[in-house]
Every structure is written in structure tokens, then in C-alpha cells.
Design a protein around this ligand. Structure first.
Ligand code: CAA
Length: 296
């Protein structure tokens, strides 16, 4: 039988104009996912140079999709035509849903949510953060509409990985959470899990201590990077090993998530090992900078 079309499904289908804030790896991925789902996407980022890099990322990802037979050339062209870019955050005023994908830094995200609250005119619009570990409640309280704020957490690479974590704070309206889940599921075609507003949600609360343990193992000279990764790929059938995955996520992001988890839990397994801090300080950020545990 066809699943029942609820009022929330109808509301999710009616979301046609999506804003994306930030145009890094995740911002570009979210823009691609929403454009391919037929939505009009406006991407806002702080600098023209960042936007150009983001556009390039989006084009390269769609080209990879075409090469691998996942996207037709017509769909690629249609998706690209649905995405526009701006350096003016105020251009997001007519958006029905905003996905914030700025760097994992609380002051930055608080400033953005305060600004979005002033800018986005539709009081029914949903303001979502792609944060991995920051408190949704704190972001929500930066606005005058905490009932409309929640976490929608995607995974890298967003066009490929099927999961979205839907994270409501204690103040998120139930209806907002249900519409956002319908948007991720029925509109974007993702699989959804619900998680509470606790640092790391489900995936990163489990993943980050594992990645940090791999860094500690490597730092102590226990095993070579290649052997740590090979062991987990061949011994546990993971698609990539922990150090390669840390490079993919971005070492600055891994460190920021670790720090947020540690702040909340005070668990030693969440503390960032010195080698990771030094690599971040040195600009060795993984794939996006060309050098991390591996060279790209
Ligand atoms: N649209 C749709 N599909 C696309 C695509 C696009 N734009 N670009 C590539 N693909 C498809 C490819 O066709 C391919 O699928 P098939 O194998 O069915 O053909 C698949 O995506 C993989 O593409 P690649 O061949 O380019 O890459 P790969 O096979 O080497 O896999 C990988 C790369 C997907 C990254 C894989 O290694 C993987 O899944 N690694 C684990 C990633 C992971 O764990 N990510 C989560 C990180 S945590 C996070 O993101 C959250 C956080 O908060 C930190």
C-alpha cells in the first residue's frame, strides 16, 4: 500500500526554496542534494573565493556522478541551473528552509543564526544546522523562533551517503521536526534517524572516539598509518580506515567535534590527542588541504 500522505508530507513537498549557508565540502554537497531533488537552491558564503571553490566542488561532484552513471547529463544540467550563489546573507530572505553548513565553530554559528532570524521573513521557515556536535538548543536560543530550529545532520560525501540525523532541541516544535524529517526522507530520498540534542548525536558520539583512538595509536608508534587503515578495512570490512576517514572529514572538523564532545562529557576518550592539534595548527587538514595523514 502507498504510505499515507500526511499534513507534514504536504508541508515538506511545499518547500521549494532552500538556502544553504557555507560552501565548503558539506555546503556544496547539500546544495547538490537539494538541487537534484528539484529545489531552487541559493548558496550564501562569506567570500567570493570560497564561493568559486564551492561551485567547483559541486561541478566536480556532479561530473563524478555522471561518469559513474548515477546522474544523467540532463539531470546534471538541470541541477546546476537550480543553484545560485551569493555573498550576501540577506539574499536568503525568501527561503522556506535554510541549511546552515558553516565551519564547526560555535561563535560563527551563533552569529549566523542571529542574522538568519532577522533575515528570513517567513516565520514558518525551518532553520536547520548541519552541526555535528554543537548544542541545537544554544543555536535555537540565538533566534526568536526556537520552535523552528533543529539539527539536520548529513554525512560526507552528502550526495552519496544515505543518512540524515534529525535532532530536535527541547524547544523544537514536533511539527517542525516531522516536516524536516519528511523533507529529508520524501523529498531528498535520505534515510532518517532521530537523535536527542546531545553532543555528537548518534553517529559522531560513536565515530569520533574511534577516530581519536586511531590517531593515538599512530602517534604512539603502535602501528603505521597504512596498517591501521588496512586492518580496519580488511578486518572489519569498513569502506575506509580511520585515518583516511579523518582526512576525508577534515582534521579541523574532527578536532572541533572532539572538543565539543569532551566539553560535554569530560570523557578522556573524547580528548583531542596532541598530534591532531598540531596538525590542525599546521594547516594539515586532510584531503581539503592536500595533506593530512596522507598526501592528496
Ligand atoms: N552522486 C551520486 N553518486 C555518486 C556521486 C554523486 N555526485 N559521486 C560518486 N557517486 C557514487 C559512485 O557512483 C559510487 O557508487 P558505486 O560504487 O555504486 O558506483 C560511490 O558514490 C562511491 O564513489 P567513488 O568510487 O568515487 O568512491 P569510493 O568507491 O572510493 O568510495 C566513499 C568513497 C563513498 C567516500 C567511501 O569510501 C565511503 O563511504 N567512506 C566512508 C565515508 C564516511 O564514513 N563518511 C562519514 C563521515 S562522518 C561525517 O560526515 C559526519 C560528521 O559529522 C563528521
Amino acid at each position: 500500500a502507498e504510505p499515507a500522505v500526511t499534513e507534514e508530507t504536504t508541508a515538506a513537498l511545499a518547500i521549494r526554496r532552500v538556502g544553504v549557508v557555507g560552501c565548503g565540502v558539506m555546503g556544496a554537497g547539500l546544495a547538490e542534494v537539494c538541487a537534484r531533488a528539484g529545489r531552487d537552491v541559493l548558496v550564501a558564503a562569506s567570500g567570493a573565493e570560497g564561493l568559486a571553490r564551492g561551485r567547483d566542488r559541486l561541478e566536480r561532484s556532479l561530473a563524478a556522478g555522471v561518469r559513474r552513471g548515477k546522474v544523467t547529463e540532463a539531470d546534471r544540467d538541470a541541477a546546476l541551473a537550480r543553484v545560485s550563489f551569493t555573498t550576501d546573507l540577506a539574499a536568503l530572505r525568501d527561503r522556506q528552509l535554510v541549511l546552515e553548513a558553516a565551519p564547526e565553530d560555535e561563535p560563527t554559528k551563533l552569529r549566523l543564526f542571529r542574522a538568519l532570524d532577522d533575515i528570513v521573513e517567513d516565520r514558518a521557515a525551518i532553520l536547520a544546522s548541519n552541526t555535528s556536535a554543537l548544542s541545537i538548543m544554544r543555536l535555537a536560543r540565538a533566534t526568536s523562533r526556537p520552535g523552528q530550529v533543529l539539527g539536520l545532520h548529513f554525512f560526507n560525501p552528502a550526495p552519496v551517503l544515505p543518512l540524515v540525523e534529525v535532532v530536535g532541541s527541547l524547544l523544537t516544535h514536533d511539527r517542525t521536526r516531522r516536516i524536516a524529517a519528511e523533507f529529508a526522507g520524501a523529498v531528498l530520498g535520505k534515510q532518517v534517524v532521530q537523535a536527542a540534542d546531545r553532543s555528537g548525536f548518534v553517529v559522531n558520539a560513536l565515530l569520533i572516539p574511534y577516530l581519536l583512538a586511531a590517531v593515538r595509536m599512530y602517534e604512539s608508534g603502535f602501528a603505521a598509518a597504512e596498517d591501521i587503515d588496512k586492518a580496519m578495512m580488511l578486518g572489519c570490512s569498513h569502506p575506509m580506515g580511520p585515518l583516511a576517514l579523518a582526512d576525508l572529514i577534515g582534521l579541523d572538523t574532527v578536532a572541533a567535534i572532539g572538543t565539543a564532545l569532551y566539553e560535554e562529557s569530560k570523557e578522556p576518550t573524547h580528548a583531542v590527542p596532541p598530534l591532531l592539534s598540531r596538525m590542525v595548527d599546521g594547516g594539515l587538514l586532510g584531503r581539503k588541504s592536500g595533506q593530512g595523514f596522507y598526501t592528496y
